[in-house]
Design a protein around this ligand. Structure first.
Ligand code: HAM
Length: 420
């Protein structure tokens, strides 16, 4: 037997109701904010992520599914959605449509990570990107949109954390403060952080290794090193959050795992999820489009992990809409009844009824058993006798009651039953 790759799942059956609920809610809420989908390829030139996500990040260093195609090109399965959307924005000259541009997206993402609860190698993200506004009101819109999605999903046990990692003017000062703080402790850190000390010192603040954690509490906080511009931007954002009663917690150690961020960063964590508790992460990336060859275009966005959000829905026992079950099963008793039944199925489906009819040429007993297993509300029984008389038998599977209905009225009879 060939098994699925480690860190992936097959999604089917009753599980689908969670996926539809999350995806439908995401589309509904983003459209209320006038964000529309952009669909980019699942694989991109590797270079995009080296430049976009950053060569020194864990994603690029350890987690990318990179391969050479038959033409000798280096391609990578997307490990995130922001760099591809920016590539598409630049490549299609979308700036001609004016600013801001607001995009949403939804689909599979790939990272070679050690699988555990809430951490997979193929997972699914929904996300948005708001391109072109440098103002804090854009940060607010994106954060509020994330909150509105979680509220519309009926989730409650989540918390918003906000940080600010400064810009290219003030971040060097913060980096230096971190270096001064960590230098004397360097030998005590994990081997990854000893390397990151030189290449990506911010990441020392969110290393999960037990050796590194004790030093994080007293490490310098980003907020103390912001320049005037970043501070003003941040205060403006906080005033909107307060003005609209969005609760948040400040986190001066929030640094995120991708290099493109500037100024505002945020994460939303769910209290039921243990180690992998971030359900949404995002922030501002004012330099990314320029880095990828476009004009300087300040932007902000977020992405949410659908698998983790579904775990949160289950942990909070949120009731999600059930999938529509089979409403009418047509039991076919003879060959001559089959064409009639196929036509009737079609007419009922055209009127919005979920219909299934016998495809296995089973005997009536087994057809009734199957209809019962499907949970069909009604079974229509159609054989030669019925067609000759022009009268069909319909059985209510809940009450066991059977009635005879004139063939001419059967469609209306069924449609009306479901309108009751
Ligand atoms: P990220 O924080 O790397 O951000 O991923 C966003 C979300 O994807 C996480 O908060 C988490 O819920 C989910 N996630 C990440 N890795 C895994 C995994 N291995 N298994 C399951 N779920 C996972 C980004 O990807 C940025 N592109 C977000 C963004 C958009 N920033 C600005 N715009």
């Amino acid at each position: 037997m060939i098994s699925k790759p480690k860190g992936t799942v097959d999604i089917f059956g009753d599980e689908l109701k969670y996926w539809y609920f999350v995806e439908d809610t995401f589309r509904r809420i983003t459209q209320l904010y006038n964000y529309y989908e952009i669909r980019t390829p699942v694989f991109e030139a590797t270079e995009l992520f080296l430049r976009g996500v950053g060569e020194e990040t864990d994603i690029v260093q350890k987690q990318m599914y990179t391969f050479e195609d038959k033409g000798g090109r280096s391609l990578t399965l997307r490990p995130e959605g922001t760099a591809p959307v920016m590539r598409a924005y630049i490549e299609n000259s979308l700036v001609k449509n004016g600013l801001p541009q607001k995009f949403s997206y939804l689909g599979p993402v790939f990272r070679y990570e050690k699988p555990q609860a809430g951490r997979m190698r193929q997972f699914h993200q929904f996300g948005v990107e708001l391109i072109g506004s440098p103002h804090a009101v854009a940060d607010f819109e994106v954060i509020k949109l994330a909150i509105d999605i979680l509220d519309a999903l009926n989730l409650h046990d989540y918390k918003l954390y906000i940080g600010n990692i400064g810009c290219k003017n003030c971040r060097p000062k913060f980096r230096k403060a971190l270096k001064d703080y960590y230098q004397p402790k360097l030998d005590l850190l994990c081997s990854d952080c000893q390397k990151r000390f030189d290449t990506n010192i911010l990441r020392l603040l969110d290393c999960k290794d037990e050796k590194c954690k004790p030093f994080q509490k007293d490490a310098p906080k980003t907020f103390d090193y912001l320049c005037e511009d970043c501070k003003e931007h941040f205060d403006e954002l906080l005033s909107y959050l307060e003005g609209l009663n969005v609760s948040y917690e400040l986190d001066g150690h929030l640094v995120r795992g991708l290099d493109y961020y500037t100024k505002t960063v945020f994460e939303i964590k769910h209290s039921s999820l243990g180690a992998q508790d971030t359900i949404i992460g995002g922030g501002r990336y004012d330099g990314l489009i320029e880095e990828l060859g476009g004009k300087v275009t300040p932007s902000i966005g977020f992405a949410g992990g659908i698998e983790r959000i579904i775990l949160a829905l289950k942990n909070e026992n949120v009731t999600v809409p059930e999938l529509k079950k089979c409403q009418v099963y047509i039991a076919v008793l003879s060959e001559s009844a089959r064409i009639f039944s196929l036509k009737l199925s079609q007419n009922l489906r055209d009127r919005g009824i979920v219909v299934e009819m016998d495809l296995m040429k089973r005997n009536i007993r087994n057809q009734m058993k199957y209809a019962d297993r499907l949970g069909a509300k009604y079974v229509l029984i159609i054989g030669d006798d019925e067609l000759e008389k022009g009268v069909l038998t319909i059985r209510d599977m809940e009450t066991g009651q059977q009635v005879e209905v004139d063939e001419k009225w059967i469609e209306n009879y069924i449609v009306e039953k479901f309108e009751e």
